[in-house]
Design a protein around this ligand. Structure first.
Ligand SMILES: Cc1ncc(COP(=O)(O)O)c(C=O)c1O
Length: 392
């Protein structure tokens, strides 16, 4: 591997400068650890932003990807793709009741695009309701649904007046706004990019009822919360609510780019041949990776680990008992530690990094913990002890 200096120089010269990157570059990963170009080891509590749930370089995943690459990586949706059907069957088996059909795309934003197209086509309506402070992606429709000025600013002509924003967690806000023009209400089970913001079951139940009454589709964006992250297969399962469709991506492929829209039969069948598609969506390679990922998650009980260890970790962090920690929240291994200021949060991030632990700050002052779901208690304690030291 080249030196960090050389990698940075080349990146600065040839890449778009659209990311505010941390001055680090990695050579490889193993389990919950990443190794930089000098061989320094980092405990990774970011997991590629909730992607690497089975950790890095899991041997069974590597073998599945290698075998599939050797046989056939891509073939196109002109034909039937066995691995796609296999993964769709697996998704149906873990999804909320009745969500039995899947369309494969390549990212979370694309999954949301597909979901919104499906809702508009099915209902014949044109409005989409989504939450303030939410995040649904950077393509035009998903950006339109992302109720945050900081992401939309400078792109306003792309965003039509089809989008309306309710207060996340406030059932009354949704009630006030929903009309017979609304095709879909889009909602995250936990707002991830928004700072690990949670809402209660009553909110999700009300959204469900309002959608049923008004004829709008309830679409749950599980791009970050899905595939075991919150201690259930899907974040919405924590609230006992069955939506009409869910979108997922990130962790589904164990590291390869994949996205999916899963929906109830009635809605899925709206997208007849010619209405939607993508060249790469659901290639044999990514679907084989997806099946291997779900196999590993089941075999290693990672959803349960997420639930149990997540709850324990939140308790341990809360028990540090410092006025610099304002809140500890989340479900499973999707945890937000809200600090007293953005400065404290970025200081925690920087000192952790110096000491070989990677964490991420979401929405200013919340330290977000979204580690591989294979993480063990000893590894979570490394962060807890470090946090206690830093704020002392
Ligand atoms: C809830 C949610 N939806 C959508 C997206 C967009 O996914 P992608 O970056 O794969 O387009 C993200 C990405 O962070 C997300 O957290």
């Amino acid at each position: 591997m080249s030196s960090f200096k050389d990698i940075k120089a080349k990146s600065d010269k040839y890449l778009f400068q659209n990311y505010g990157r941390i001055p680090l570059s990695f050579d490889h990963g193993q389990g919950c650890y990443l190794f930089d170009s000098d061989g320094k080891r980092y405990l990774d509590l970011v997991a590629g932003i909730a992607v690497n749930s089975i950790g890095y370089s899991h041997p069974d995943w590597v073998k599945a990807v290698q075998d599939q690459a050797a046989r056939m990586a891509h073939v196109s949706n002109l034909y039937h793709v066995e691995q796609q059907a296999d993964l769709a069957e697996r998704i149906a088996s873990i999804s909320p009741e009745g969500i039995d059909r899947t369309l494969f795309v390549n990212s979370g934003a694309e999954a949301n695009e597909a979901a919104l197209k499906m809702a508009v086509k099915y209902t014949g309506r044109h409005k989409v309701m989504s939450a303030l402070n939410g995040f649904h992606g950077r393509t035009s429709a998903s950006l339109g649904a992302t109720g945050q000025v900081k992401y939309q600013s400078g792109f306003e002509p792309l965003i039509s007046d089809a989008y309306e924003y309710y207060e996340y967690g406030d059932p009354e806000s949704v009630k006030r706004m929903i009309t017979k023009d609304v095709a879909a209400v889009l909602v995250e089970p936990i707002q991830g990019e928004g700072g690990v913001i949670t809402a209660d079951a009553e909110f999700f139940r009300t959204v469900r009822d309002l959608c049923t009454d008004s004829g709008a589709l309830m679409i749950v964006d599980e791009v970050q919360t899905g595939i075991g992250r919150t201690g259930e297969w899907f974040g919405i399962d924590n609230f006992g609510v069955v939506p009409d469709a869910i979108t997922m991506a990130k962790a589904l492929g164990g590291g390869v780019p994949i996205g999916a829209l899963a929906a109830k039969e009635e809605y899925a069948m709206t997208l007849v041949p010619g209405t939607h598609g993508t060249t790469f969506g659901g290639s044999p390679l990514v679907c084989a990776a997806g099946c291997a990922t779900l196999d590993i998650m089941e075999r290693e009980n990672l959803v349960q680990n997420s639930k149990d260890l997540g709850a324990k970790w939140r308790r341990k962090i809360s028990s540090i008992g410092s006025d610099k920690i304002k809140d500890v929240r989340g479900y499973g291994l999707m945890i937000g530690v809200e600090m007293d200021s953005p400065e404290t949060a970025s200081n925690v991030q920087a000192v952790c990094r110096e000491n070989g632990v990677l964490v991420n700050v979401a929405h200013g002052k919340t330290v977000r913990l979204i580690p591989p779901l294979i993480i063990d208690e000893g590894q979570t304690d490394v962060f807890t002890d470090m946090l206690a030291d830093i704020i002392r």
